[in-house]
Design a protein around this ligand. Sequence first.
Ligand code: NAD
Length: 296
Amino acid sequence: MSNIAFIGLGNMGGPMAANLIRKGHTVTGFDLSETALKVLESAGGQTAGSALDAAKSADVIISMLPSGKHVAELYSEDFISTLKPNTLLIDSSTIDAVTARSVATLAISKGCKMIDAPVSGGTGGAQAGTLTFIVGGKQEDYEKARPILKCMGQNIFHAGESGAGQVAKICNNMLLAIHMIGTSEAINLGVKHGLDPKILSEIMQKSSGKNWSLEVYNPYPGVMENAPASRAYSGGFAVDLMAKDLGLAAEAGLETKTSTPLGNTALNLYRIWSETGHGKTDFSSILQFLNGKGNI
Ligand code: NAD
């Protein structure tokens, strides 16, 4: 069993850390939010007053932070220099591949091991321990991390060298945004024509429109009891985080001169929705933008 430091205990990190504890690991967590720290304590974890305090005697550090800026700030030269040699760093945040590669290069130069291991599966997957991990990094580091990742997830993929996990993740999230918007558009159209959103969703789930948004994350309130739409779009994957991921996909497109017309449209829709005060709501709330209500 490992001594794990967990930095970033939000909607995803909190339940991921709880699963590590459940599987017998010792977890010391740090978050800027007092509430997140209390939740970790109630799950049987220890808390620290800073990221460094949590990390300095750990064998493994896992970070689950909002963006590349937070990850680069955490893994500073000073921070990495104080870690035990051979500490395994696993960054599961969704960030740009350039930052992922640069922090990994720094960590490796200081005698640590590092992989990028962003996840898919949402808060439901984080709670159930069924996340998909998409790893970028050396084969040996991927193999070392696998048993730890298995405590939080079901499918563990090795996408390639450092940064490859992040590239695969943003391709996935661009597709997720597109099918969430498409699903919302279709349900909204049906409802405007008098259809019951539950029945329409069932029909499309068994037809060629079937997709993950319909199957586990229905954007229409009341259709799926456990989906964020049925709790006023709270506690899921924030609009601002989706807009960030779509921005990363757009940048990746520019870098390689690749056209991503639907991804760019999705980015613009999520930006407008964020600018009108919905940045903290779950990304499935885009249905409310499409139906013109503008409030949830
Ligand atoms: P969140 O905002 O709920 O959690 C982030 C946590 O990081 C917060 O508790 C915040 O207080 C903490 N934090 C910020 N700066 C910190 C710092 N310097 N030190 C310590 N803690 C700090 O976000 P989330 O939904 O948990 O997402 C985290 C990451 O996972 C993001 O990169 C997101 O894109 C990715 N992700 C989210 C989902 C999802 O469904 N929510 C799914 C897959 C991937």
